[in-house]
Design a protein around this ligand. Structure first.
Ligand SMILES: *Cc1c(COP(=O)(O)O)cnc(C)c1O
Length: 220
């Protein structure tokens, strides 16, 4: 009941922005995900490969699984057969492995490039020049089993709303720059930013996908 209400609230709130809701179900049991699914939510985000692959068989076929956490190359093979989008691609080597496993599964896997925007040591992601190198690499354009659909970023965990806004603005700026450099397997249309604590700011700054855990499922 409560999960359903939360999802309906988000659906209404996101509608004017045309943004998608990724329900972040990490640490929560399959029963809760099923409850969310029953209220019409089809996209779920998990940050760990093992957890996602364990839960996936228990949800209906048309559930879309988004991997949002840091991904190690040796674990790509476990998610490649079913993952709907990987938000956390932060190197060409990882992209090559996703391509290889996508080929094995006869799939084209949608990816977002994670960009480092926070003022924290702990957040993963590419910086601006690494991003440009990756986008412009001939290797990238040769990968036929991946599709780069956009960018993902996480703001610093802080109470300072101005800082969060500036970080999201910086990501939006990079996103806008790249929107004009569309090529074969790069279609920059998604900007994944915003979590429970900062999604309103993210929406105002142009987010197309918010990743919401706590505000839907409660505290972990
Ligand atoms: C856990 C997580 C979220 C959701 O966080 P909440 O604060 O619970 O909404 C979003 N993105 C990533 C990458 C996460 O790991």
């Amino acid at each position: 009941m409560r999960i359903k209400d939360n999802i309906e609230k988000f659906r209404k709130e996101l509608e004017p922005f045309g943004a998608k809701l990724i329900a972040v179900s990490k640490t929560h049991p399959v029963e809760k995900i099923t409850e969310a699914y029953a209220s019409g939510q089809k996209i779920f985000g998990e940050n760990k490969v093992q957890e996602m692959t364990a839960k996936q068989p228990d949800l209906p076929e048309d559930t879309a699984w988004h991997l949002i956490g840091h991904l190690q190359r040796n674990k790509v093979k476990y998610v490649a057969p079913f993952v709907s989008m990987i938000h956390s691609v932060d190197s060409l080597r990882l992209l090559e492995e996703i391509n290889k496993q996508g080929q094995k599964s006869e799939r084209v896997i949608d990816c977002l490039l994670q960009i480092f925007i926070a003022k924290e040591e702990t957040k993963f992601g590419l910086d601006h020049s690494e991003l440009m190198d990756l986008i412009q690499s001939p290797m990238t354009s040769s990968l036929s089993h991946i599709r780069i659909k956009g960018l993902m970023g996480m703001a610093t965990l802080t109470e300072n709303k101005n800082q969060i806004r500036e970080e999201f603005k910086s990501l939006r700026k990079i996103f806008d720059e790249l929107k004009n450099t569309i090529s074969g397997n790069i279609i920059m249309s998604e900007l994944s930013m915003g979590m429970s604590a900062d999604y309103r700011i993210a929406l105002e700054e142009g987010s197309t996908m918010v990743r919401i855990g706590t505000a839907i499922f409660g505290t972990r």
